[in-house]
Each structure stands twice: as C-alpha cells, then as structure tokens.
Design a protein around this ligand. Structure first.
Ligand SMILES: NC(=O)c1ccc[n+]([C@@H]2O[C@H](COP(=O)([O-])OP(=O)(O)OC[C@H]3O[C@@H](n4cnc5c(N)ncnc54)[C@H](O)[C@@H]3O)[C@@H](O)[C@H]2O)c1
Ligand SMILES: N[C@H](CO)Cc1c[nH]c[nH+]1
Ligand SMILES: [Zn+2]
Length: 440
C-alpha cells in the first residue's frame, strides 16, 4: 500500500530519488548499465546470432533470424483474432492522433529578407524511423499508434517496428493490426536492448534507421541513451509516472483509480500531492476497495508499495513547487480551481486538467502522443510529436553588396579565432580588379 509522508517531516526530494532508484535510467545502477553495454557490444559484433540468443534468454522465444520479420500472412491472420470493436476504437484513435499531429506540424516560415540577404528554412522528414513498442509485462497496441502516426504525419517513408514476442514466438494480434492500420512498413519480433542495438547498427536481417523512438523499461531506455549518435533518439521514455495534485474538492475514488492505473504498468510510479490529510485517508481507503477488482491486483499492489507515495504538504503552493521539482511524465490536477494551479506548472510531460480527464484518455484516444519523458527529463524534453521526425535546414543567400557590408565584421571575428582562411574566403570575393579565372 502507498506510504504517506508529510513534507515537513521528510526530505521530499530524497524520498523521490529513493523511489526512482533502479527505475530511472539516469539513476540506474552500474549493474544495469554494464548489462546494457554488454548486449549492445555483442549485437554490434555478432548481429543476428546475438539477437536470437538474447531473445531466447529474456523473452523465452526461440526464434531464428529468418523468423524475426513478421510476414504479410501473419498480419492478415491477425485480423481474424481481433474484434470489430477493437478495430473501430483504434481507427478513432488514429484519426484523433493524425488530427492533433497535423495541427502541431511545424509549418514552413516565410524567408527573412533584408538588403541583399535571404535567410530561408527547409523542413524535411527523416528517411527512416525505428519504433519500439514494449511487450514485457503488458501488450501495448496503443503505443504502436502513438509512435507510428506522428512519424507517418511527418512523411517518414520507412517505419520499422520492433517489439518483443511472447514465448510462442508471436507478437499478439492487436499489436500487429495496430501496426498495419498505422502504416508501419516492417515489423520485427525482437525486443529489449538487443532490438535497440539492431536498429542502431543494422544486421543482416534488420535494417538500421535514422532515429529510434518509443518507450520501454529501464533496459530499453538506457540502451537508447547509449546508442545516441549512431542514430537519433526522441527522449528517455521509461517506466510510467503520474503525479496528482488534488485538494479536498476532488473525488477520492477518481484519484485512487488514476494512481492504480499507473501502478498497473508494473512498474509505474504513482504520487499524490495534497495538503488535505482527509483526502489522503479517503484515497487509501478507495485504493483498498478498488484494487480487489483489478485483474493484476497482486503486481499493482506490490508496485504501489514500492513506488507509490502520498505527500502531504502545507499548502497548494508547496504542491506546485514539489510537482515542478519532480517534473512528472503525467500531471493530473483535480482541485477546485485547476486553471490557477496550471498557471504555476513549468515542467510536466502532459497535464490532465479537471475531474473528467484521466490519464487513460491520453494513453489511448485524445490525440497527443502518450510517449512522454520520464524520470524528471520533462525539465528539458517534450512528448513525442510529428516534429521529432522533421529536421530543419537553414538556407542562406547573400548578394555581393550584402557580403561587402559585413566583410569587416567577419574579419574581426575570424582574426579573434586565428582562422584567417575564413576572412580570406570573404575578401577574395570582394577584391576589386580580380577577375574570374579564364577557362583553358
Ligand atoms: N513513458 C512512456 O511513454 C511509456 C509508454 C508506454 C509504456 N511505458 C513503460 O514501458 C515499460 C515497458 O516495460 P516492459 O518490461 O513491460 O516491456 P519492454 O518491452 O520495455 O521490456 C521487455 C524487454 O526487456 C528486456 N529485459 C528484461 N529483463 C532484462 C534483464 N534482466 N536484462 C536485460 N534485458 C532485460 C528483455 O529483452 C525484454 O524483451 C513499462 O514500465 C511502462 O510503464 C512507458
Ligand atoms: N501510461 C503509458 C505512458 O506512460 C501509456 C500506456 C499505454 N497503454 C496504457 N498506458
Ligand atoms: Zn498507462
């Protein structure tokens, strides 16, 4: 069960560090990092052979490299095992994700023009993206959509999905149908660190990609961090977190259900921050009632006792300050005046405002991607979006007179750096009397 801590009796930031220990890739033990580096090196050196061995060890899936790629017939077959209601739901999710991502897609800006100078900008999608869809404790068809649709809206031509198979060597049909519906180009039944390394370096059977995105456990997230440079990455999207700010106007049963749905990710971090001791007690009572009804009650309960805390603060300002210091992946605000609280929020992956906006909405249907920064990284990164798949190239054009107008300034800076070839590349174009070399 969740612990209750009063902020005036403990060091809240120390408590948060303790909770995150082992779950947060930035705080990972050296053991985890050693394991991750070893697997990356092995895949880099031994390719498919190493991937097959790790798949057998960690996923218990005895697949040979020829079996890694999902065949067209397997995808067609998957449609027989999902319901019409499931397909209708994911098509609605796809529509909402597309609408939102199109809305926030970076737009071409008009070139900036001034006397003989044109500063233009070209936006181009990356050629290929690798999307990681977790598949350990739970199956995540929704994560297929939240990764793939932003890439598709950006115009990425090749979207390669990797996801761990079940012990029978198959990816569950819902994940395959979601991939087909979302326009994924190729699917591979590989997961964990080995899948991230495969996408970064490429193997005989698995293509390397330009950027690897998507959430995963601490091993997957740390692997993304380690391969950065060989391929781009989106951010560190590790084990799920929710922080709820609530006052005694909030409904304790709603709060309990939201804390439980994050713990259900096993692991997931569930935090309630409130100045109401009464609310804290009511929420605990509600959790006790609701947890009995859940299919994963044992794991969820274990997760809540390890990674669940209710912080009692002195007042609402302290709730806001604590939330900003934690920079949670998901922040829910259930207070009498949520907009006033929102105005103080600086760092969070996504904010869910009011009593009728549970995180589950954002997980599945609302539109913004549920792939979000965790472990405090919302201080400097944002959730996955179409713009993560688009690069910006600046295009600079100067006329001769515009070049002349800045010649002296270029020379000054170039001299200060001891790089006189730089200054000369300007001077050579402006020296009077100098002619173009004649063609012999
Ligand atoms: N932040 C987000 O946007 C977001 C979204 C969805 C899910 N999530 C999180 O993703 C996580 C998914 O984790 P998961 O474990 O269910 O699936 P996963 O696919 O991330 O991890 C499973 C893989 O981990 C590897 N692994 C397991 N134990 C290992 C070990 N001891 N050594 C080396 N490798 C090992 C295996 O290769 C296995 O295939 C959850 O914590 C969930 O909360 C986050
Ligand atoms: N809460 C997760 C993001 O941290 C996303 C998810 C997928 N399925 C259910 N939830
Ligand atoms: Zn969730």
């Amino acid at each position: 069960m969740m612990r209750i801590l009063k902020t005036w009796e403990c060091d809240a930031s120390l408590e948060i560090e303790k909770i995150k220990q082992g779950l947060d890739p930035l705080n990972s033990s050296s053991d985890i990092r050693t394991t991750v580096l070893k697997i990356i090196q092995d895949v880099k050196k031994n390719g498919d052979k190493a991937i097959a061995a790790y798949g057998k060890r960690f996923d218990k899936a005895p697949l040979s490299p020829e079996q890694f790629r999902v065949k067209e017939e397997e995808i067609e077959d998957a449609y027989k095992y999902v319901t019409g209601k499931f397909i209708k739901a994911i098509r609605l999710a796809i529509k909402n994700i597309q609408t939102y991502q199109n809305h926030i897609r970076i737009q071409n800006v008009k070139p900036l023009r001034s006397k003989g100078v044109i500063l233009d900008t070209i936006y181009t999608p990356i050629d290929s993206a690798g999307i990681y869809v977790p598949g350990g404790a739970a199956s995540y068809p929704s994560t297929v959509l939240m990764n793939a649709i932003p890439a598709q809206v950006a115009g990425v031509e090749k979207i390669v999905m990797v996801s761990p198979p079940k012990e029978d060597g198959n990816i569950p049909p819902e994940r395959l149908v979601a991939a087909k519906e979302a326009g994924v180009s190729e699917i591979y039944k590989i997961g964990g660190v080995q899948a991230i390394a495969a996408l970064a370096f490429g193997t005989k059977t698995i293509p390397s990609v330009d950027k690897i995105v998507g959430p995963g456990n601490v091993f997957v997230t740390l692997a993304k961090k380690e391969i950065f440079g060989y391929a781009g990455i989106d951010m560190l999207a590790g084990p799920s977190e929710v922080l709820i700010i609530a006052d005694n106007h909030a409904n304790p049963s709603y709060i309990a259900s939201d804390l439980l749905s994050q713990a259900e990710h096993t692991p997931g971090i569930s935090l309630l921050v409130t100045s109401s001791k009464l609310l804290a007690k009511q929420v605990l009572a509600e959790i006790t009632l609701q947890i009995k009804t859940l299919s994963r009650s044992a794991g969820t309960n274990e997760c809540l006792s390890k990674y669940g805390v209710i912080f009692i603060t002195k007042n609402m300002n302290e709730c806001i300050a604590l939330s900003n210091a934690i920079a949670p992946e998901h922040l829910q605000i259930m207070t009498q005046n949520p907009k006033a609280v929102l105005s103080g929020i600086k760092h969070a992956g996504a904010v869910f405002v009011g009593d009728y906006t549970p995180v589950a909405l954002g997980d599945y249907i609302a539109g913004p991607s549920h792939v979000l920064p965790t472990g405090g990284t919302a201080r400097f990164s944002s959730g996955l979006s179409v713009n993560d798949f688009i690069k910006r190239t600046s295009v600079i054009t100067y006329s001769q007179s515009a070049l002349r107008s800045v010649q002296q300034d270029v020379s000054e800076i170039s001299a200060s750096e001891g790089l006189d070839a730089h200054a000369k590349s300007v001077k050579i174009r402006l020296d009077s009397g100098r002619k173009k070399p004649s063609v012999r």
